[in-house]
Design a protein around this ligand. Structure first.
Ligand SMILES: NC(=O)c1ccc[n+]([C@@H]2O[C@H](COP(=O)([O-])OP(=O)(O)OC[C@H]3O[C@@H](n4cnc5c(N)ncnc54)[C@H](O)[C@@H]3O)[C@@H](O)[C@H]2O)c1
Length: 330
């Protein structure tokens, strides 16, 4: 771990699939330094220390959060612990960067949002598309104020498909990911695209939804079909577990000026409305650009500067749409 005086020290709680990914991304960043780590599972903590020997293991979540010299708390636990750990982070005066989904406890989320606003706390939620060039393109084309033309936007279609749920790369994650209480592809994946659409167009309204759950009653959704209205246009969602593609996501924004197709987490973009082919059209480059930009936004959050990361209120608005979509069909 570098010990330069300019470094911003990060404490990481939750060292599963996403915690590991973030630790990898943090390596080599110019300003952010992972420092203290903690996980409720001692095996996850030990494996992390073996993999990243410069890190320090805390004795508990509380001792990590109140470690002297820490600047920010990154929370990558399953959703149930997000708000409680965030609140402790605020108590300690830390900038809190929390994984999505924020929570399914809306009353608690509202209390937290009120606290953030009244105390001027620094808080953001990790919807990585917030820092993507694809979202910037959508905003520039369709993000005009409500009532304006919005580039002739006519409709949005979103298709999601997963040969298996959880996906193979999540095999090491906890059981929660495949359970109805906290997991499922709508909270895990669809939420990112609802975030993107709501960031550009404002709140979505669910008009119709049909969700299929396994008959055993515990497992997360098998399919979701829904029609929403957002920014005055229809948004149609078709998502399912099954099919041949491991991780299909395709969002199409149809407008009178042309059509923008975004695939593979907005890393592949076809823009028929563009006057010329966009430069820097390499998907790997786009992903890297988005990830670096996200870390730079995190620095801005810590330093109290303007940034593009979604706050807790924006993340709650996403979750309200997701939970409305997940209501059992009658
Ligand atoms: N932004 C993204 O692109 C993205 C991608 C994957 C996961 N996620 C989110 O990240 C979070 C974690 O997902 P994951 O796939 O890493 O899950 P995971 O099950 O792989 O890991 C969660 C870890 O948290 C630990 N943990 C559970 N409760 C805890 C607590 N109260 N205190 C401390 N540690 C605790 C577990 O022991 C486990 O090691 C979820 O909210 C998930 O939705 C976000």
């Amino acid at each position: 771990m570098a010990n330069d005086s300019n470094a911003l020290k990060i404490g990481v709680i939750g060292l599963g699939v996403m915690g590991q990914r973030m630790l990898e991304r943090l390596q080599g960043h110019a300003r952010l330094r992972a420092d203290w780590v903690w996980d409720a599972n001692p095996a996850a903590l030990a494996a992390t220390l073996a993999r990243f020997p410069g890190l320090r293991a805390a004795a508990s979540a509380e001792s990590l959060i109140f470690s002297p010299g820490l600047h920010s708390l990154y929370i990558a636990t399953p959703p149930a612990a997000h708000l409680q750990l965030s609140e402790l982070g605020f108590d300690a005066g830390l900038a809190v960067f929390c994984e999505k989904p924020l929570t399914v406890d809306f009353a608690d989320a509202r209390r937290s949002i009120q606290r953030i606003e009244s105390e001027g706390q620094r808080a953001a939620v990790n919807f990585a598309l917030a820092s993507s060039p694809g979202l910037a393109l959508l905003q520039s084309r369709f993000g005009a104020p409500a009532g304006a033309d919005r580039g002739g936007l006519a409709r949005i279609d979103l298709e999601l498909g997963f040969a298996q749920w959880p996906r193979p790369w999540q095999a090491a994650a906890g059981l929660w990911l495949g359970e109805r209480a906290e997991g499922g592809f709508s909270r895990e994946v669809l939420s990112h695209f609802i975030f993107a659409a709501q960031r550009v167009l404002g709140p979505a309204q669910v008009l119709t939804q049909h969700v299929v759950y396994p008959v055993e009653g515990q497992g997360s959704e098998l399919s979701l079909n829904a029609e929403l209205r957002i920014g005055g246009v229809p948004l149609r969602i078709q998502g399912q577990v099954g099919g041949s593609e491991a991780d299909l996501n395709h969002m199409a924004w149809q407008a009178s000026s042309g059509r923008i197709d975004l695939r593979e987490w907005f890393s592949r973009i076809e823009d028929t409305g563009a006057a010329s082919e966009a430069s820097g059209n390499d998907p790997i480059e786009r992903r890297q650009h988005g990830q670096l930009s996200q870390l730079d936004q995190w620095v801005a959050l810590i330093e109290g500067r303007p940034h593009a990361l979604p706050g807790f209120a924006e993340a709650l608005a996403v979750q309200e749409t997701i939970e409305a979509l997940l209501q059992p069909s009658v």
